[in-house]
Design a protein around this ligand. Structure first.
Ligand code: ATP
Ligand code: MG
Length: 700
């Protein structure tokens, strides 16, 4: 639908606006209708606590804009994940469809520019590629591939051979990424976050320069580049004006978790803030470890002249009053916070529960039992979620769920796309997309018998300079001892490069080529072939190879059946999720696993006060997902899977420090099956650690 026909449809439909907004409270309504004269809207910030209807208000705001005649192609909606973008699009579709049923028919085209910063960045960078002399067929390195490339460059510069150990590839990438995303100097990042690497500053600088060169030679971008290149394009006044005009409205949800580079992009798009809306909650900032800064949201209003309008919301519509009393108490202990306590009209006699269990085995039994009991009480599995700090924390529970035949869907930390065989197939597609992509090329070529790193390097050198990749592959001589496999590879490559059967048939052909190799390389080939079928199902949801590769690399499906949808679509299943992936969502019943020191806060984050505060907010995010029932589980002992010296082991734990005795009266304390709720595991913890130290001491 064109802008003009939208405007016509809008005018016809405007009488419905009041009906549309009748469920919103006055503050929400004011935010939704802010600057009704369309592009004249000054900057707006909605800052408020969890469940106060921020996202809902944002969706209504978008609905109002469309109803007011704003062309949806000019609305840029930035969310935290692809899933959130999809949910938001659906909410907006529902809202505009209410206005005029003609819109229901075109609903799927309602928001063409809804996505994550990285996803939208990738799309714009392809579109504007000629303007900055880049091949639009660039491929994107995921974090693991970026670390591999960093490693290759590190070896080329002979940094890995130094006497004193040079930082490992993952550390190098983390430092590089921090400099880019936080927009501060290398010196500062090293001093503040990586003091043990300070001595390597000059070498790191040389390494990063070479890394950038390597990416450019290969026509690849890493995650950070998607934001960095976008920000640099916007630094060109003419382009900034063009892009700024193209998007009359830019709206961002979960703004508290954006970084300095993302704020620069927004400023580039909307220098005076007109048409810009940011939404968030500083008490839910949980991504500082990836360079996000809560300053973005706190400083938003005063960035502009005149300053942004600030709307705060204090009523919570999600949770019952007793749940809210508990979450308010937990966040009330935070050292700093802008958003205020929330109130709710949803009364209930049920306080949130803290249940002490002996260990994570009992935790798994207890949760499974409760989930089933709730289902009997007509709370569907889909309306229940189990949340945890780290993906590995659900291992025991997953076993128990399988044993009891309880279907579940897990978000966050799923390894499907990281499995070697899935990556092999994706690497072939990436090499087709961009024959200069060396990390992909290395992976594919070394699958072939007779091809080692040296041969692969030579072959990739030839591919990098070729104008016709298929001809270049044909011209290569087969490696010794692998003539047949080579011929099959070359034939598949040529077929796909020359007479592509289109998408997703391409993926099927690559899978067919790969399957004999898979059987040679892996024992449980059947299971792995199942994964490839799954990948094909996911692929069918994308319009082209490029979109598939880009979207999957940027925001991998949270679960195998997430995008494929098919196997579980209509069934009921329990939700398992890391707390980080649960942002913005809600369920009737929520169970929080391992609410013990060492898990929340994670022992990985027991450093600075800032890190501890972020862990407190994580618990707050987890608890505020619950609408009716909240259960927090405290195992007295839990099993840790750890690589390295200390191996897997049991550790003793105490209830998370974020729920001290002073606020315990907001909860109902109990034990299961026969554990005393106030048993103090601290004593046993001290004894265990002492003993362990003595054992180790025997050998030193
Ligand atoms: P979070 O901080 O967790 O992202 P949020 O502030 O974005 O939360 P929403 O997800 O928009 O909150 O809304 C929470 C719940 O409250 C949703 O179920 C939503 O439908 C409901 N809700 C929001 N506003 C209203 C209202 N005015 N009347 C009734 N229900 C509302
Ligand atoms: Mg929200």
């Amino acid at each position: 639908m064109s802008a003009a026909s939208f405007a016509r449809a809008a005018t016809a439909a405007t009488p419905g606006l009041d009906t549309l907004l009748e469920r919103l409270n006055p503050e929400q309504r004011a935010a939704a209708r802010h600057g009704e004269s369309g592009a004249d809207a000054g900057p707006l910030l909605i800052i408020a606590g969890a469940g106060s209807g921020k996202t809902n208000t944002l969706a209504h705001r978008v609905g109002c804009l469309i109803a007011g005649g704003v062309d949806p192609h000019g609305i840029l909606l930035l969310t935290f994940s692809r899933r959130a973008a999809l949910q938001m699009t659906q909410r907006v579709e529902g809202i505009v469809a209410k206005l005029d049923e003609r819109w229901a028919r075109i609903a799927h085209t309602v928001l063409p520019w809804a996505g994550t910063f990285h996803g939208i960045g990738a799309r714009l960078l392809r579109e504007y590629a000629q303007r900055y002399a880049m091949d639009p067929a660039f491929t994107i390195l995921d974090r693991e591939d970026a670390a591999d490339l960093m490693n290759l460059v590190r070896a080329d510069l002979k940094l890995s051979e130094r006497e004193q150990r040079f930082p490992l590839k993952a550390t190098c990438l983390a430092i590089y990424s921090a400099v880019v995303n936080r927009q501060v100097t290398l010196e500062r990042v090293l001093a503040e976050d990586f003091p043990w690497c300070v001595a390597w500053q000059a070498e790191l600088r040389a390494l990063f320069a070479a890394y950038v060169h390597a990416k450019q030679r290969q026509g690849v971008l890493d995650y950070d580049d998607l934001l960095l290149y976008w920000a640099h394009l916007l630094a060109e006044p003419a382009l900034a004006t063009e892009m700024g005009h193209r998007f009359s409205h830019v709206l961002v949800d979960e703004y508290q978790d954006t970084n300095a580079l993302q704020a620069t992009i927004l400023r580039g798009l909307k220098p005076d803030g007109r048409g810009l809306t940011a939404v968030g909650d500083d008490a839910q900032a949980i991504y500082a470890f990836r360079g996000a800064t809560v300053r973005n949201i706190l400083d938003f209003p005063t960035q502009f002249t005149p300053p942004a309008r600030v709307v705060t919301l204090t009523r919570n519509y999600r949770s019952t009053q007793p749940i809210l009393a508990a979450t308010n108490a937990v966040i009330g202990l935070a050292s700093e916070r802008f958003t205020k306590d929330l109130w709710s009209e949803r009364g209930s006699q049920e306080r949130p529960r803290i249940v002490t269990v002996a260990d994570d085995g009992d935790q798994a039994h207890y949760v499974a039992e409760q989930v089933l009991a709730r289902r009997e009480a007509a709370v569907a599995l889909k309306a229940q979620a189990v949340l945890f700090r780290a993906s590995s924390h659900s291992a025991m529970l997953e076993l128990e769920l399988v044993r009891r035949n309880i279907p579940y869907l897990k978000f966050g930390g799923l390894k499907f796309l990281e499995a070697a065989h899935v990556k092999d197939v994706l690497a072939f597609l990436r090499l087709l997309e961009n024959p200069r992509d060396r990390i992909a090329g290395f992976r594919v070529l070394q699958l072939l018998p007779g091809v080692g790193p040296k041969t692969a390097n030579r072959m990739l050198d030839a591919l990098a300079v070729a104008t016709d990749a298929a001809a270049a592959v044909e011209a290569l001589s087969a490696p010794a001892g692998g003539a047949l496999e080579w011929a099959q590879f070359a034939a598949t490559f040529r077929l796909l490069a020359r007479q592509s059967p289109g998408w997703p048939a391409e993926l099927e052909l690559v899978s067919r080529w790969y399957e004999p190799l898979l059987r040679q390389r892996h024992d449980n080939a059947e299971v792995r072939e199942g994964d490839l079928r799954q990948l094909e199902a996911i692929a069918s949801g994308y319009a082209s190879r490029e979109r598939f590769l880009t979207e999957l690399t940027l925001d991998p499906p949270g679960a195998t059946s997430d995008d494929a949808g098919v196997p579980m679509k209509d069934e009921d299943y329990l939700i398992l999720s890391t707390i980080h992936s649960a942002k913005g969502q809600e369920w009737r019943a929520v169970y929080v696993l391992n609410a013990v020191d060492g898990c929340i806060p994670s022992d990985l984050a027991t450093g600075t006060t800032a890190e501890i505060e972020e862990e407190r907010r994580l618990l707050y995010v987890a608890m505020t997902r619950a609408k009716d029932h909240l259960t927090i589980i405290v195992p007295q002992r839990f099993y840790v899977h750890q690589q390295g010296r200390r191996g897997d082991r049991h550790v003793y734990a105490a209830r998370t420090r974020f729920i001290p005795d002073a606020i315990a009266d907001r909860f109902e304390l109990s034990g299961w099956p026969q554990v005393a709720p106030d048993a103090s595991p601290c004593t046993s913890q001290a004894a265990a650690i002492d003993l362990a130290a003595r054992m180790r001491g025997m050998w030193t």
